[in-house]
Write a protein that binds this ligand. Sequence first.
Ligand SMILES: Cc1cc2nc3c(=O)[nH]c(=O)nc-3n(C[C@H](O)[C@H](O)[C@H](O)COP(=O)(O)O)c2cc1C
Length: 320
Amino acid sequence: MRTRLTELLDIEHPVMLAGMGGVSYHELVAAVSEAGGIGTLGASTMGADTLRAEMARVRESTDKPFGVDLLTALPGQVDDGVDAVIDGGARIYVAGLGVPREVIDKLHDNQILVGSMCGKVRHAESAVASGCDFVVAQGTEAGGHTGTVATMALVPQVVDAVGTDVPVVAAGGLFDGRGLAAALALGADGVWIGTRFIATPEARAVAGYKDLLVERAEDETVVSRAYTGKTCRVLRNEWTQHFDDHPDELAPFPQQIFTSMEAGVNHLGAASGTEVDVAREFMPAGQGTGAIRDLVPAGELVMRFVGEAEAMIDRLARYR
Ligand SMILES: Cc1cc2nc3c(=O)[nH]c(=O)nc-3n(C[C@H](O)[C@H](O)[C@H](O)COP(=O)(O)O)c2cc1C
């Protein structure tokens, strides 16, 4: 399945592993890249030393391209992180929050492509004007920090705005090959998948997180400021309910991160299997959680996405 995205990134399949902070570490990244998609390290929970070590371990496991996602809103994180990204041999750098204007030229000078997460058309326009090579149009269905516009409405509008200039990647609530086929039908060039890839043996997750993704229905997530101070879609629980009932107690980003960490309910990035109180823990998840029935190896998921999308495209041809 060749698209502008596979051409640009030099990969086989238009399936990107989202750079999920706390989840997308080297095992998961290498598995997706090795299967012909592209894995993206979620570096928002890593210091520069950890990022360098994680990149080295990806390179030990695969010689296929991989990427790094860094939030740009945290002071000091970008400069250290960008040097690590350049030294570590990444093919792509994705900015999770805001466009890193000051580092785009440096990344380009080192043959690294730059992508930007966008929840609105104007974010995509600004990213492209700043020199980004592709944009990820992420709808509100997505797990993690998210906006208000739904994937179905957002993707074609972003395609109309910037799709002639750069490839557009669809994200938010996509969990199988039907979502990939739908994204292509909306004019996107590929998909950026988060939540579905948490329910894999390779993902890093605290004890109970993957089980809850299998158990929860599509309406059991909530957009909450309770863990970071920014709107973030997570599994609904007692901690999110408390701040829904007491919004006056919320601190702004990033102070609420420290509040949730001090309260012992934010272990994002902790070692796999760390015991937590799942009734209060920070577990970002998208609305696609209701479709997850079991853990599936990440490489197999990539192949399923492609096979199902091709089958769906063949099926749609019957309507001609
Ligand atoms: C656990 C988790 C952590 C995330 N962390 C980040 C992050 O650090 N940077 C970022 O750009 N996006 C982050 N996201 C959002 C993803 O990049 C992606 O856009 C989203 O997961 C797509 O929607 P889906 O979960 O419905 O597939 C995160 C999402 C999840 C579920």
